[in-house]
Design a protein around this ligand. Structure first.
Ligand code: AMP
Ligand code: MG
Length: 488
């Protein structure tokens, strides 16, 4: 393996060095015929990486983990996790590697991570590989989320490996390079706690505090402050998902970050017809991770984090439980506050309407949307048109016009601001049928549809002529049958 380092790639090995018990030093498998499919030039520049160099054969070798810059020490990270409620003591990166951390142009430390880079000691029965389609999906959806202002891991590149992977059929393989403010998960804490090594747990918590704050306050116990801030950032994150109609699909504790970023885009999808019971994942037959359950599940996952942290909160266990419970009890209020603030903007209302008014108005609207199976994204965008005086576009989306008209009349007395609405209600989201279409073409080597879709969803608020089909819901029969398969 080469140790040639281009002058501007400096990768640190902080996680590997500070938490050796939580990572296994490992190498990416070689790719027979690596080809760069997508490169995120803006993100590369943000990271101080030259996109032209990344596109060169040497750069592509970095993107598949075969060129390891000096100072880096790639590891497969260990973590545990509750998957669909059942505990697995040892999951870990079965097909992923943390290459190391780099400091971006703004001085922030960012993880550079690969997915699909070969089997690791955590692979269990898996082949360690990833197919082009799911890696393109993660790229498209994560970049769309970022453009929507939702905290998320980012996607730097997708490289086709030239190695076929065996799924229901043979598919071309790929490696995704991903960037995150860290890859610490609730499951990382569960794993550390389960070792029984409290000093390790404390080192992990210190590492997390170092990377994600909050800054040490004068009075608060530091680990309690950490828990409190993770509870707040997850509550705010899930509120953002709900406001945009995002269904993560596999909210296991190993897919719940300490940073508050969305991670691990597997069977995720966006709502079209508004319905809290919506489930897209083919493996979620109980609907545990249905759209409307996401806040409850996030809180449940945070309770698992709190349990893992208990020994650091207080020497007296019952006191520790009391402190943790009090932190968790902040979740509903933080969530509701973030959601209501978001709804206030979506409805174009300024500060003069009271929270109680906005809350009742929003709840009543959701009932209309659900009863009429209204397309979530186009509804809010058309409502912006209604704020400017033309109610026909929004009325055309709802069958029960009298119910909508009654609601519109109440809303209009609050003088909604259509300009404000257009800044928060996207025109373009990664609609499921368009994502599928783009992935199918990408799998066959045609990247044009993915590129066009990315063009629409990475600039989601600016309506542009020629992109009409990216703003429209799927034909009803297609939407009703839509299922996603876990991102393998
Ligand atoms: P995910 O649901 O993608 O977050 O994955 C859950 C766990 O399964 C993680 O520990 C992954 O590393 C592992 N995993 C998923 N797919 C594979 C694969 N093809 N080979 C090895 N491990 C995998
Ligand atoms: Mg995962």
């Amino acid at each position: 393996m080469s140790v040639l380092t281009p002058p501007d790639v400096v990768l640190e090995a902080r996680f590997a060095r500070e938490l050796p018990e939580l990572g296994v030093p490992w190498q990416a498998v070689d790719a027979p015929d690596p080809r760069l499919l997508l490169l995120n030039e803006g993100l590369a520049e943000e990271l101080g990486l030259d996109p032209r160099w990344l596109s060169s054969p040497e750069g592509v070798r970095l993107l598949i983990g075969r060129l390891v810059p000096e100072g880096a020490s790639p590891v497969a990270q260990a973590y545990a996790g509750h998957q669909f409620g059942g505990y697995s003591p040892r999951l870990g990166d079965g097909r992923a590697l943390l290459l190391g951390e780099l400091t971006d142009r703004e001085g922030r430390l960012r993880d550079l991570h690969l997915k699909g880079s070969g089997r690791t000691p955590f692979a269990r029965g898996g082949d360690g590989l990833a197919a082009v389609g799911p890696m393109l999906r993660e790229y498209v959806v994560s970049e769309a989320m970022h453009a929507l202002g939702i905290p998320t891991t980012r996607s730097l590149a997708v490289v086709a490996t030239g190695r076929p992977v065996v799924r229901e059929r043979m598919l071309p393989g790929a490696v995704l390079s991903r960037v995150a403010s860290s890859h610490l998960r609730v499951g990382t804490f569960q794993y550390a706690r389960a070792t029984g090594d409290l000093e390790l747990l404390r080192r992990l918590a210190d590492h997390a505090r170092d990377r994600h704050g909050p800054p040490d306050g004068p009075s608060e116990q530091p680990y309690l402050a950490l828990l409190r801030s993770v509870v707040a950032s997850q509550a705010e994150l899930v509120a953002r998902w709900m406001l945009v109609g995002f269904v993560h699909g596999v909210m296991n504790t190993d897919n719940t970050t300490i940073s508050g970023e969305t991670i691990d885009y597997g069977p995720c999808a966006f709502l079209e017809a508004f319905d809290p019971r919506t489930v897209y994942s083919s493996i979620d037959d109980q609907g545990r991770y249905a759209y409307g359950n996401q806040p409850v599940i996030a809180r449940w996952n945070l309770a698992r984090l709190a349990e893992a942290l208990l020994p650091l909160l207080d020497d007296d266990e019952s006191r520790a439980v009391e402190l943790a419970t009090e932190c968790l009890e902040a979740f509903p209020e933080t969530y509701a506050g973030a959601w209501l603030r978001g709804m206030r903007s979506k409805l174009g209302l300024d500060g003069s309407a009271t929270d109680a008014t906005v809350s009742t108005l929003a709840d009543d609207l959701l009932q209309v949307l659900e009863a009429n199976r209204v397309d979530h994204t186009s509804f809010y965008r058309s409502l912006g048109v209604a704020a400017r005086g033309d109610t026909e576009p929004v009325r055309s989306l709802v069958l029960d016009r009298p119910a909508l008209d009654r609601w519109l009349a109440r809303w209009r007395t609050l003088a909604p601001d259509g300009e404000l609405m257009d800044r928060v209600n996207p025109v373009y989201i990664p609609r499921n049928h368009l994502v599928e279409e783009a992935l199918a073409a990408g799998t066959k080597g045609d990247l044009e549809p993915v590129t066009r879709l990315l063009g629409a969803v990475t600039d989601p608020y600016r309506e542009r002529p020629g992109l009409e089909r990216y703003a429209e819901p799927a034909p009803t029969d297609v939407a009703a049958a839509y299922l996603t398969f876990c991102g393998t």
